[in-house]
Write a protein that binds this ligand. Structure first.
Ligand code: DON
Length: 304
């Protein structure tokens, strides 16, 4: 199979979609990104790299960060995490508050904003600078020592993030947030504001395809069983209320963000990232979802 030809074809096929969908504007700074963008990178576990389009242009990873903050928290506390966060798809939007009251402040899964706040709380208990713990982790996983978070995006979200703050205080009232809410929210916004590109993220997700070992630096990030478990969560919860449809169309574990990035992997084979800023109504990149659907179809590989 000619992987470069597959990416070139997907790039061509995606062009008519680049004008469709809406960029996230509830974080004002995110609405400033150039819209007509499409990039994709595939990082094989043996190190071969394939790219197309804007694969080296940095973007705001937003909720893609939740995959990596979860990995760090799972390293720290293991299964004890599930006493504070569930493992079920929510059937609600990523920023919904409705289940938190009936479920006593325990978010359905770690990829919802509420779940990621609990994860960030775990990191805040362990690290003096939880934002830099995640940045440094991603530098190691991607092999890009220059990664940083974008302070303007973090501030923009901090200035407008009443909804996440509400969730934080609500969970605090149930005892499910241990650190001061404002500090957790600040670290969370900085996690979301990390800037990476498709190449960085395709490399960074490789450990999940590789039995928990980073193909970039050889670091044993997780044991193979834990890597399997986090990948299963990506499949069932990684694209929010679209996760069922996404699994049906694409058939591999994926995690999306409202910056338009989607990171995914094919176990034992490759890491992949696609980026295009315009989103469909569930908050997943419209052209990105299409691209991954075409990708698994054209290469004839997926979980199934
Ligand atoms: O907390 C928020 O709403 C954003 N910082 C991240 C949301 C997000 O990316 C959801 N993903 N599709």
């Amino acid at each position: 199979m000619d992987m470069q030809a597959v990416l070139d074809r997907i790039h061509d096929e995606a062009q008519p979609l680049l004008g469709q969908g809406r960029v996230a504007s509830y974080i004002p700074e995110l609405a400033k990104v150039p819209l007509q963008r499409f990039g994709m990178a595939v990082s094989m576990l043996d190190g071969r790299l394939y790219t197309v389009g804007d694969a080296r242009e940095d973007f705001s990873i937003q909720s893609v960060s939740k995959l990596f903050s979860l990995t760090l928290a799972f390293q720290l506390v293991g299964d004890a995490l599930w006493e504070r966060v569930g493992r079920e798809p929510s059937g609600t939007a990523f920023n919904s508050l409705v289940q938190l009251e009936t479920e006593q402040g325990k978010p359905r899964n770690p990829f919802l904003n509420a779940g990621a706040l609990v994860v960030t709380d775990v990191l805040s208990t362990r690290f003096v600078q939880p934002e830099m713990a995640l940045v440094e982790f991603l530098r190691r996983l991607s092999g890009n020592a220059g990664l940083q978070y974008d302070d303007a995006v973090a501030r923009s979200e901090l200035a407008t993030g009443s909804r996440n703050r509400a969730m934080g205080h609500f969970m605090h009232s149930f005892g499910n947030l241990k650190n001061p809410v404002d500090a957790v929210i600040e670290a969370y916004c900085r996690h979301c504001a990390i800037r990476m590109n498709c190449v960085d993220l395709a490399r960074a997700v490789g450990f999940l395809a590789n039995g928990g070992v980073s193909p970039v630096g050889g670091e044993q990030v997780l044991d193979a069983s834990s890597a399997k478990r986090l990948s299963a969560l990506m499949l069932t919860c990684g694209t929010y209320d679209a996760a069922g449809d996404f699994a049906y169309r694409v058939g591999i574990p994926a995690k999306s963000g409202v910056g338009g990035g989607i990171v995914a992997h094919i176990p034992r084979t490759l890491g992949v990232c696609v980026w295009s800023p315009r989103l469909e109504h569930t908050g997943n990149s419209l052209a990105g979802s299409f691209a991954l659907e075409r990708f698994t179809s054209l290469i004839g590989q997926s979980l199934f």
